[in-house]
Design a protein around this ligand. Sequence first.
Ligand code: PHE
Length: 491
Amino acid sequence: MELTERILHYLDKTDKVETLVLAREFNEDHQKIVGAVKSLEALDMVISEAVKSTKWDLTEEGQLVAEKGSHEAVLYRSVPDAGITQAELMKSGPNAKVGFSKAMSAGWIQIEKSGGAPIVKKKVDTITDTVQDHLNEIKKGIDNLTTNVRNDYKKRKLVQEITIKSFILTKGPQFSTTIKKLETDLTSEMLLTGSWKTLQFKPYNFDALGQPPESGHLHPLLKVRSEFREIFLEMGFKEMPTNLYVESSFWNFDALFQPQQHPARDAHDTFFVSSPASSTEFPMDYLERVKKVHSEGGYGSLGYRYDWKIEEAQKNLLRTHTTAVSARMLYHLAQQKEFTPQKYFSIDKVFRNETLDATHLAEFHQVEGVVAGRGLALADLISVLDQFFQRLGFTRLQFKPAYNPYTEPSMEIFAYHTGLGKWIEIGNSGLFRPELLLPMGLPPDVNVIAWGLSLERPTMIKYGLNNIRDLVGPKVDLQMVENNPICRLDK
Ligand code: PHE
């Protein structure tokens, strides 16, 4: 018979019973009885009333005494008939000291001091270990001890009072000695035969936890990216099309006034593409102006004064920064009849031929913002950066003069990270050079401010990762991807 049914049968005869009594009667674990009662209660077959009671139980030390004998009995037994020195006796066990004083006061042992070291000898031939007997009774649930004795055991830390939560059971409105199986699902068959009218259904458990729905999970980088997008969109920025991973050197470097002998254009720093190795479609008049400003100068600039070669500009590569996209966008903007101020952003992948380590991969994401307007100056850049980074939760910024071939002035951006308690470098910025904007055909009074940062760095800080391989690559823990909360950069 099931435990639940045994309980019902018992209750049928007695009308009222306590779970502790049932546990003793059935020789079952009390917790098991309580479990069975809970399921009977859900069916309204029994009513339970919680009660608290206290009970004396053995401590861990008490358990040991119940098994092996009291400390004094153990000590008594380790005294040889010929006697033993007190010092030697003390080494007989961990509780020898307590055992000694108890055995002395019980009159089981005595000390003989006939010159030399005192010798301990048995004083009586047999002993009765009442402590052990008492504890074994308590263990069985029989408790006939006087308060004095019990308090003594309590003081000796052999027994302790414990509180037990139990239940008093009475019959419920649906009481019966057999459990009717309740239906859990309404089937089409029940509807067709009409059997649903007489069947009993299990009530819904609205507290039950549902199965988590299976769904995809955004990678941390994507979570942070959507937060960045949100910030840019709220600030009125338009997203640039970043679908060209393969770019020509022209847009990646030349258009940005980066000379052809610049070390970044080396195969050690840039991945060049072998097939197709070069691009041929360029706005030729613009290309001519770019060539001129590099080799001869113009627009008030001396240029770099070198032999600019179209072959170098044609070389295809994996774009090394999203500023290549910004260059294309600004060129397109310059082709408009009437200039209109613009705010652009992009967040996408770039590639660099880097030595891989804990924080660098050969591909990563850049976040880039560009603002084109008449008469913009360094103060505007600082103000835009302030607004932008404030939304990321950075309220204190510092700037350090820097160098980029395409911006002047240029500034590295540092922010005080309150969580990490230090200044961290978070980006690079500047005003695009006239050598870059004027060949495109933008009006001379138009200035363009821009800044860039990586997506990986804030993501790693946000999610507390210190190895890029925990974020990207075969070692990524999918559980981490699933469990990580959505990103709120300002929180
Ligand atoms: N292109 C720069 C980089 O790769 C970032 C940047 C963008 C700097 C725009 C200035 C202006 O680090």
